[in-house]
Write a protein that binds this ligand. Structure first.
Ligand SMILES: *[C@@H]1O[C@H](CO)[C@@H](O)[C@H](O)[C@H]1NC(C)=O
Length: 402
């Protein structure tokens, strides 16, 4: 029997994974495994206390477990679903109670549906609870026909206690977002939260960093990350509904629910966000910073433009200073007849490709037509790093390209 159990385990694990992935919110039924050795008496289910059920609040009208179709089990602080009901993670409640459930059919106390008290909804026998239209002995107990009591059973069905914790998403660190806090802008105001390094902001689950807005945006409640990694039943939390906030440490609002920050997972038992052992690689995580660098254009000084500098500026001719000459601003072309850079276009491919993301929003650019970052110049409606330089998103500087 022991050997059989070991041999069957991988198959059951496979089955469990399927069940869990198809119906991730229903766990209880999958946790009972019956290894009924042929004609033997079926093994009594082992008590599987609902993780975290010790946190369920007490209710004046009924017992705290009974309020959720459960009964007291385990250490006496936790609850187990009544036979025939399933624990629904998203409701944090035992639901879908079914009188025709195999557990009820197999383990109800014979003739208990005829008990007078049962008609009033009560199963007062010690170690018993309501199940279907009858009463059942609690998990770990078996009805003794002779003594007519629920007695502790020795031979319990096997249970797979916990499925391994799946990896969680990494932090989606916004490169250069340390400049937000330095400028007095909160992570939250840009759909982000403070990353674990205490410096950067990380996009909330379901939101994506948009460099042109310099903000996390396009937040979606249907994003796979929110769907897979929100805290079960957190959409029912009073503070989430009333104030839009998420109380647990290391958590943030995501979709209609709360999510643990990147690198954290929800511990159902402790009901906290705890540091996770491993993280998954996600497409959303591979952000701007990891994009391959594109070589910037090489400086192309206007021949003879050193003369522009005597008594004038490069800017007066739609150019910027490069070395001791002037170079045309991106999007403009040198016109020899006018001895100036002209026909500047906002939609020039160079501008489109090399403007500094979100620089069209900079105050100096908008109010004073000025690009005051070192090694940058006006281009289209934005600013561009000078030829030979590339914008570094993290340091938010134009850095010489090598
Ligand atoms: C649990 O679900 C039952 C219905 O299955 C409902 O009557 C009960 O109010 C729920 N309890 C809580 C605390 O949500």
């Amino acid at each position: 029997m022991e050997l059989l159990g070991l041999l069957l385990l991988p198959c059951f694990l496979g089955l469990l994974t399927t069940v869990a992935s198809e119906r991730p919110h229903l766990l209880q039924r999958a946790s009972f495994l019956h290894l009924d050795g042929g004609t033997e008496v079926p093994k009594v289910p082992r008590a599987v206390p609902i993780p975290g059920s010790q946190t369920w609040p007490s209710d004046e009208s009924s017992d705290r477990c009974t309020a959720r179709n459960a009964y007291t089990c385990g250490d006496g602080q936790r609850c187990c679903c009544m036979f025939g009901c399933s624990y629904d993670l998203e409701k944090d409640n035992c639901t879908a109670c079914d009188a025709a459930d195999p557990l009820v059919r197999q383990f109800h106390i014979p003739s208990s549906h005829l008990w007078k008290e049962r008609a009033e909804g009560i199963c007062s026998a010690e170690f018993a609870h309501r199940c279907g239209a009858a009463c059942c002995c609690n998990a770990n107990f078996r009805w003794n026909m002779e003594t007519r009591h629920c007695e502790a059973a020795e031979d319990l069905a096997m249970v797979i206690e916990t499925l391994p914790a799946p990896p969680v998403p990494p932090e989606d660190v916004v490169p250069g977002s340390q400049t937000w806090t330095a400028a007095g802008i909160s992570c939250e105001s840009r759909n982000a939260y403070s990353c674990s390094d205490g410096q950067h902001c990380c996009c909330r689950f379901g939101c994506v960093f948009n460099p042109e807005k310099d903000s996390c945006s396009a937040c979606s409640a249907d994003s796979p990350q929110v769907k897979s990694f929100h805290i079960p039943s957190s959409h029912l939390w009073a503070e989430r509904i009333k104030e839009g906030t998420c109380e647990p440490e290391h958590s943030h609002a995501c979709g209609k629910a709360c999510c643990c920050h990147g690198k954290y997972r929800w511990d159902l038992e402790q009901r906290h966000c705890v540091a996770a052992a491993s993280t998954v690689a996600t497409a959303e995580g591979a952000s701007v910073a990891e994009k391959k660098l594109v070589a910037p254009p090489k400086p192309d000084p206007v021949p003879g433009s050193q003369t522009w500098l005597t008594g004038g500026t490069c800017e007066a001719k739609n150019a910027y200073k490069c070395g001791d000459h002037c170079c045309c601003m991106f999007g403009c072309e040198f016109n020899a007849e006018r001895d100036s850079c002209t026909s500047c276009s906002d939609n020039d491919p160079l501008v489109a490709k090399f403007h500094i993301p979100a620089s069209h929003l900079w105050n100096a650019r908008r109010e004073k037509q000025l690009c005051d970052e070192p090694e940058s110049h006006r281009c289209g409606q934005a600013c561009c790093c000078n030829a030979g330089y590339l914008w570094n998103m993290e340091s938010r500087r134009c850095i010489i390209y090598k």
